[in-house]
Design a protein around this ligand. Structure first.
Ligand code: FES
Length: 342
């Protein structure tokens, strides 16, 4: 049995024991410490942490979840690592991203389903009253929930786009994948009034409240959702710090959430929004290129190095990290959430 100490971004320490035969994620859960994770099989990178000292056996995993350079720097995936000595780890998230009881499972009703551009839908959900949680939607802006249809057959994770609230309202954006199981359910069977089972909130993609740097958000497609949530939270708190949003889609017809962005600009007057279209086939007066390209351009003239929050497909995360490196942003000031097709 080995001792594991994990230091969070905001300076808290959680400690647990790990058997050599179990993953660090399972060992933590045995001690009722629920660390950020999603796929649990080395595919998403949600459970990546840094290693200060000690040895692990790192099992097979996807290179998009943990790249060569990250591995060389000592990073590990908690869901694919077994302890081989006592360990000191450091996490890229605050203590608030850790849960000390099993993830809540709650029921919610589908109350709205509307198109969001040509390739996504916006879902509004209402939590049902729960004996333990009431109706409140309590989470940290940037987190996600796993939504499962009522017969339990299809479940997918989606970021919340709204801010936490006491009324139990939730908003999700779902990209419609041609053969995706959840997408097919939405297209063919979903109806207003349906019940979904929601597991969460989960995830460590949250604002670093301890940092005083400007906040820049880079979003691709429905990766806009967590940025919307964080910015809406900032608007509610009248947060005065400089912030920018680079929101990109492939084609003009895919644009969505224009009203939500206009409302945000009114509520957060210092917010600068750059809408980017990669391949505009019609006249387009905004930025032409990806949101990572718009970021690179803005970094080249920025006076202060911002914290960067990026959410979208793996290629957008990689391009953003590259733009950040060229633009002088430290690697650990770039926070990311990868969306994988589902
Ligand atoms: S939970 Fe997805 S890589 Fe570990």
């Amino acid at each position: 049995m080995f001792k594991v100490n994990l230091l969070t971004r905001d300076g808290a320490t959680v400690a647990f024991n790990a058997e050599p035969s179990e993953t660090l994620l399972d060992a933590a859960e045995r001690a009722s410490i629920y660390l950020p994770s999603s796929c649990r099989e080395g595919g998403c990178g949600a459970c990546r942490v840094g290693r200060t000292s000690g040895d692990v056996e790192l099992m097979s995993h996807s290179s998009s979840a943990l790249g060569e350079a990250e591995r060389a720097a000592g990073d590990i995936l908690l869901c694919r690592s077994q302890a081989r000595s006592d360990l000191a780890l450091h996490a890229p998230f605050d203590q608030s991203a850790i849960s000390f009881s099993a993830l809540p499972e709650r029921r919610a009703t589908l109350v709205e389903m509307t198109p969001a551009g040509s390739s996504a839908v916006r879902l509004a959900l209402q939590y049902e009253d729960d004996p333990a949680f009431g109706v409140a939607a309590q989470f940290t802006a940037g987190q996600f929930v796993k939504a499962t249809i009522s017969d339990g057959s299809i479940g997918r994770s989606y970021s919340l786009a709204n801010a936490p609230n006491w009324d139990g309202r939730l908003e999700l954006y779902v990209r419609l994948q041609p053969n995706g199981a959840f997408s097919t359910w939405l297209r063919t069977r979903a109806a207003i009034g349906d019940t979904l089972l929601l597991e969460g909130p989960q995830g460590q993609f949250t604002l670093d409240e301890a940092s005083a740097a400007p906040r820049w958000f880079v979003a691709g497609g429905t990766g806009l959702a967590p940025a919307l949530s964080m910015l809406r939270q900032m608007a509610e708190f009248a947060d005065p710090r400089p912030c920018r949003l680079f929101f990109g889609v492939n084609r003009v017809e895919e644009l969505f959430a224009r009203d939500a962005l206009d409302a945000l600009k009114r509520a957060l007057p210092q917010l600068d929004v750059v809408v980017c279209v990669w391949k505009p086939e019609t006249a387009w007066r905004g930025f032409v290129g990806t949101s990572a390209a718009a970021l690179a351009q803005a970094l080249s003239t920025a006076e202060e190095r911002p914290d960067i929050y990026v959410c979208g497909p793996p290629a957008l995360i990689a391009a953003t990290e590259q733009a950040g490196a060229v633009g002088g942003v430290a690697h650990d000031r770039i926070f990311s959430e990868k969306f994988t097709p589902a």
